[in-house]
Design a binder for this molecule. Structure first.
Ligand SMILES: [Zn+2]
Length: 368
């Protein structure tokens, strides 16, 4: 790993390397961008470039003892400070597994369970301040990486601000965040801002495993340029669930009586997510209907089902169905409409036996 090897961010990597070469690297950088575009990797690669024993044109070599120590998360001057759980929970996790932090070797991954109550707290920042007050132990620079710095509490941010105003020599701070606006303006103003863009589809496609090429293309489109999101989608089986849901609504017209109810039972399991998938696919149907251009279809692996639906409905009907399903989803979420009933209604609408406006217009459902 090195700055130049960060995929899809070569302009940004060159900009950072140029700052190193010209000895103009500021003591604080803020790297922003959506999740999974290489922000933390770049921050760690920067720490390698700054401490490398055999730098390659001002970039880290990835092989010397300094670079390998950093990669193994064993360098005494490179710290990646992840948001951590509330104190009590943290203590319990460490009691259950006292080696949790000692064992942690993957410098690009947080050691903590990825819950939603993570934050960077003032105690942590105080520790950072104590650490940076001492000269680096083994490297030329101490590098403090704060991934997800947007999760800093306000107390913590204000404490960090003091050290960013007057940083001790040979310390470099790298904060990463979704957007620069997520940081306190006073913090942001002390950092050189580097923006990482979404990754190109080809880079995302190449970065996911255990899916077919066709599925990889669909996932890359869906990921919005985030490799992290793409890997999550690949793991959750979302594509298979989407295929099943779309197949169910497409076949609804052929079903009657008991078989229709059976299909609704099946489709109704986790139907909020199923509706997400159907709505996403319906956009394809509308785009195909409106433009006739197959290359603009995102769900390319189920293009046959998309073409079928575009054949069967006119554009106005598709808009109505889309609006209806969107409302139906809200109904499940906020008005306690049962998922099985919702699935049945959706199937009837797709079968052409219930009109969307009839279902919605008077707030009651009736079957034609
Ligand atoms: Zn090196």
């Amino acid at each position: 790993m090195s700055l130049r090897s960060i995929e899809g961010q070569s302009v940004q990597a060159d900009a950072i390397i140029r700052l190193i070469r010209q000895e103009r690297l500021p003591h604080a950088l803020a790297i922003t961008g959506i999740a999974g575009v290489g922000k933390a990797a770049a921050a760690v690669a920067l720490s390698m470039a700054l401490n490398c024993l055999e730098p390659v044109d001002y970039d880290g070599c990835g092989r010397c003892s300094s670079c390998t120590k950093i990669l193994r998360n064993r360098h005494l001057d490179v710290f990646v400070v992840w948001p951590d759980p509330p104190k009590k929970k943290r203590e319990k996790l460490l009691k259950d597994d006292p080696e949790l932090l000692m064992r942690h070797r993957d410098i690009l991954k947080s050691p903590w369970p990825q819950d939603d109550d993570l934050s960077i707290k003032i105690d942590t920042v105080r520790e950072i301040i104590r650490t940076v007050a001492i000269k680096p132990f083994e490297g030329r620079y101490r590098v403090m990486v704060l991934p997800e710095a947007d999760l800093m509490t306000e107390d913590a941010a204000n404490a960090l601000l003091k050290v960013l105003e007057e940083p001790p020599r040979n310390n470099v701070f790298v904060l990463t965040a979704g957007k620069i606006e997520n940081l306190l303006p006073t913090i942001a103003s002390r950092c050189r801002h580097i923006r990482f863009g979404p990754l190109a589809a080809g880079i995302v496609r190449a970065g996911i495993e255990d899916v077919t090429d066709e599925e990889a293309s669909v996932i890359a489109n869906l990921s919005g340029g985030s490799l992290k999101r793409a890997r999550e989608i690949a793991k959750t089986g979302f594509l298979a669930a989407r295929r099943d849901a779309v197949a169910a609504v497409n076949e609804a017209g052929d079903l009657a009586g008991k078989r229709l109810f059976q299909s609704a039972d099946e489709l109704g399991k986790g139907f909020v997510g199923g509706l997400d998938a159907i709505l996403w696919w319906l956009r394809d149907v509308m785009v195909l209907k409106a433009t006739g251009n197959e290359s603009r279809v995102v769900n390319s692996d189920i293009a046959d089902l998309t073409a079928d639906a575009a054949e069967r409905f006119d554009l106005e009907e598709l808009f109505e169905i889309f609006g209806f399903l969107d409302r139906l989803q809200q109904g499940i979420r906020f008005a306690n409409i049962g998922e099985r009933l919702a699935a049945l209604v959706a199937l009837l609408v797709f079968a052409g036996r219930l009109k969307p406006w009839e279902a919605l217009g008077y707030g009651q459902l009736w079957i034609r």
